[in-house]
Design a protein around this ligand. Structure first.
Ligand code: DC
Length: 225
């Protein structure tokens, strides 16, 4: 079974997707982290993403692996763990532009399908229910107000030792929403059959319980067929 979770930045997708996967004993695939990994590598190698040939060369030498370390997913780029490095604000700022490049998306979508192949998986991103797994059994679309999303991001960054004002975070989030929803290649958009959940006034337990209730309903429906 594939459970697709899409929605804008910092709406609560990652935390709820991870907990949902743990509770269901499913694999958890964070596709935003995958785009962050390739963005990090693009920046480190100073690749011109608008130069088709050098981008092609770069993609053919880029190796991304997903491992589980002490119950948490860990991404390795060309053999080195990058899970911490990909969360900095400098990556958050560049990742939308880099992830909008069609050759990068095509490569990532094929990797995402291979990572989730033959397993029960909670897959989280922007285009999972619409493009990557349009046939997913359950699709959630998670939203929250910009204010609440900025506050959540601030806490997350504080825990990593980064200080940034709420005003700046609100601006960054709005800019990323605009970029992610207006790009021409697989933009952020709710799948017609997705269940929308507004997490503005929900805590994480309420979010996950709400999602589990939908999963259980789906399972009951399947068993009654
Ligand atoms: O979920 P996140 O903030 O870690 O995602 C980082 C960026 O990756 C986000 O700005 C848009 C992009 N992304 C995407 O284009 N498609 C996905 N399936 C997941 C993320």
């Amino acid at each position: 079974m594939i459970i697709a979770i899409d929605g804008p930045a910092a709406a609560g997708k990652s935390t709820s997707a991870k907990l949902l996967a743990e509770r269901l004993n499913f694999l958890y695939l964070d596709t935003g982290a995958m785009y962050r990994c390739i963005a990090l590598s693009v920046l480190e190698h100073k690749i011109d993403i608008y130069d088709e040939l050098s981008l092609k060369d770069f993609i053919s030498s880029f190796k991304l692996e997903l491992k589980t370390v002490e119950g948490s997913p860990d991404f390795l780029v060309n053999g080195s763990s990058v899970s911490k490095k990909i969360r900095t604000t400098s990556i958050s700022k560049k990742v939308s532009e880099i992830s909008a490049i069609p050759a990068i998306r095509e490569y990532m979508v094929s990797l995402q399908r291979s990572f989730a192949k033959n397993s029960n998986c909670v897959v989280e991103g922007r285009d999972i229910g619409t493009v990557v797994f349009p046939e997913a059994e359950i699709k959630f679309f998670i939203i929250a107000s910009v204010e609440v999303r900025a506050q959540r991001r601030k806490l997350e960054l504080q825990n990593m030792g980064e200080k940034i004002s709420l005003k700046k975070l609100r601006q960054d989030i709005k800019a990323r929403d605009k970029y992610d929803s207006e790009r021409s290649h697989s933009p952020l958009k709710k799948a017609i059959n997705a269940i929308q959940i507004d997490t503005t006034k929900m805590n994480i337990n309420e979010q996950v319980n709400h999602m589990i209730s939908h999963v259980n309903l789906k399972k009951i429906g399947k068993n009654n067929k």
